[in-house]
Design a protein around this ligand. Structure first.
Ligand code: SF4
Ligand code: SF4
Length: 164
């Protein structure tokens, strides 16, 4: 896709989350906005060709938006908008939304995802975002790469739970 086509894709993806959040209420009051307590060394992973006005740091081919813990709502990268979920993709490109185990160290919703009544509208939008991304080969490859990372983290979490 061209740069302009990616820009249009991200506009569409961002719009999905203008008025949709994980809970019907502001979950930030539960945890004091734990996912936005970043510093100058931590960042949110950017999706392929995602542009941001925030500072970008690149490590080992991965790009991160570094915010220092504040941003304008309209500048939130996609990772922040879908947090603490991720639209995983299997080998055939089928998208499934899961609570991201990588978020568990920060987010109480991710830690207790099985007991939380998430807003189904939000979950549908994360799925829609995943499906839109999966139409692009590079973005689909990214979804699959992160899916493998998530599976590794889940396997490690399971191992640690069994050892307790
Ligand atoms: S850490 Fe989780 S519960 Fe807290 S504001 Fe972020 S998404 Fe909501
Ligand atoms: S970019 Fe904004 S929404 Fe994302 S972690 Fe930073 S302050 Fe929070």
């Amino acid at each position: 896709m061209t740069r302009e086509e990616y820009a249009r894709l991200y506009e569409k993806l961002y719009r999905l989350f203008d008025n949709a959040t994980p809970l019907r209420q502001d979950c930030g009051v539960l945890c004091g906005g734990a996912c936005c307590r970043g510093d100058e060394d931590t960042g949110m992973r950017l999706f392929p060709h995602e542009e941001t006005p925030l500072r970008v740091v690149e490590t080992e081919g991965a790009r991160f938006a570094v915010c220092g813990g504040t941003c304008r709502r309209e500048d939130r990268p996609l990772s922040c908008r879908i947090f603490p979920f991720f639209p995983t993709a299997d080998e055939r490109g089928r998208v499934r939304v899961i609570a991201d185990p990588r978020a568990g160290s920060v987010c109480p919703l991710a830690r207790h995802s099985e007991e939380v009544a998430f807003d189904p509208r939000f979950l549908r939008r994360v799925k829609k975002a995943g499906k839109l991304l999966a139409r692009d080969a590079e973005s689909l490859a990214f979804l699959k790469e992160i899916t493998r990372e998530i599976e590794e983290v889940s396997a490690l979490n399971d191992l640690l739970r069994r050892e307790k």
